[in-house]
Design a binder for this molecule. Structure first.
Ligand SMILES: Cc1cc2nc3c(=O)[nH]c(=O)nc-3n(C[C@H](O)[C@H](O)[C@H](O)COP(=O)(O)OP(=O)(O)OC[C@H]3O[C@@H](n4cnc5c(N)ncnc54)[C@H](O)[C@@H]3O)c2cc1C
Length: 301
């Protein structure tokens, strides 16, 4: 560890052996070797400076952890989380400007409150703005690349800043070209005129749909696999009778076959193994190779 990183530990900006489990919706996984929680640009600059001269240091960005499985052994590198000012959401004419850590449901609600339409779908996605850009998150007929004007990105290793449009981010279904050492610090979204009443109704409809169709009250990370072209991963898994398939405390949800739910004391390895097992069975039975949508951080057996 360089003197600069050591100084950040002493300063309290970086902590050592910090638990990551509380930062994910699955609520399991080991600690990060180092964790930097940055709430403003100058703190981010200091972390970037510490990382720049360490090519062997692995880095990872964690948002609201709603699409993540962190290894039980943790992550032997530096994890960055945006906090503080990066949670802000502002309305500027017909644009919504949000920090990289802003929760998507808040983005949806703030836009509706201001009489702006088009971002209501975010009320159902428990991620952050940065995670939504990285994953091109979407639902209920809208994907992030349809509403994103541009995202401000910082390269954690070089400090290089860029502003990128959806085309420059090569956004496609649950995909962007963002690399593990690139972090979205803010984003601008296009909205349309819409009364708050219409927006509120749409928020209620989406929230209700989620309650009726997804396994609420369980630890999960949303859809485990991407949908194959013209099909649904959940339909394929369901048709093979895999609902309820269990490894340790991890099981295929009885409610939605593409959600894998976890008991409180489940290990990340159980989820990893269940993903591998379902993938194997689907490939064997149908010839379709399902591609995971959830992201894994750290080492798995
Ligand atoms: C109940 C439930 C329902 C869900 N429904 C949907 C849905 O309908 N549609 C959908 O698309 N997804 C859905 N998801 C998945 C998830 O919410 C989205 O993928 C979300 O965009 C992830 O954001 P996050 O902040 O939680 O990212 P994380 O899980 O923290 O990270 C996911 C990836 O994004 C990267 N990342 C996070 N923050 C940043 C940043 N600031 N800059 C750069 N990279 C970053 C991480 O490094 C990682 O590679 C659901 C999840 C749950 C638990």
């Amino acid at each position: 560890m360089t003197a600069i990183l050591e100084a950040l530990v002493v300063d309290g900006l970086v902590t050592e052996r910090s638990a990551l489990s509380d930062f994910t919706t699955y609520k399991f996984g080991g600690p990060a070797r180092w964790l930097a929680e940055v709430g403003d640009s100058s703190s981010l600059d200091r972390v970037v400076e510490a990382v720049t001269d360490q090519p062997d240091l692995e880095v990872a960005v964690v948002g609201r952890g709603s699409n993540l499985v962190v290894s039980d052994r943790g992550f032997d590198g530096l994890v960055l989380r945006l906090v503080g000012g990066f949670l802000d959401v502002a309305i500027e004419d017909d644009l919504v400007v949000a920090g990289g850590a802003a929760p998507l449901p808040r983005v949806a609600r703030e836009a509706v409150k201001a009489g702006r339409g088009g971002l209501e779908f975010y009320v159902g996605i428990p991620g952050s703005v940065g995670g939504a850009v990285r994953m091109n998150a979407g639902c209920h007929g809208t994907e992030t690349d349809e509403v994103l004007v541009a995202a401000d990105v910082v390269n954690i290793r070089s400090g290089e800043r860029s502003t990128r449009t959806p085309a420059e981010l090569e956004m496609a279904y649950r995909h962007s070209n963002l690399q593990p050492d690139e972090m979205v610090v803010s984003a601008r979204f296009q909205t349309s005129d819409q009364t708050s009443e219409v927006g509120e109704r749409r928020l209620r409809e989406i929230t209700q749909w989620r309650k009726e169709n997804q396994p609420g009250g369980t630890f999960n990370a949303g859809s485990v696999f991407k949908n194959p072209p013209d099909d649904h991963a959940g339909r394929i898994i369901d048709e093979l009778g895999l609902k309820g398939l269990q490894i340790g405390g991890a099981s295929v949800s009885e409610r939605h076959a593409n959600f894998f739910v976890a008991e409180p004391d489940t290990s990340a390895q159980n989820i990893h193994d269940l993903v591998a097992e379902v993938r194997r069975r689907v490939a064997e039975a149908t010839g379709v190779t399902l591609e995971p949508e959830i992201m894994f951080i750290g080492d798995f057996s």
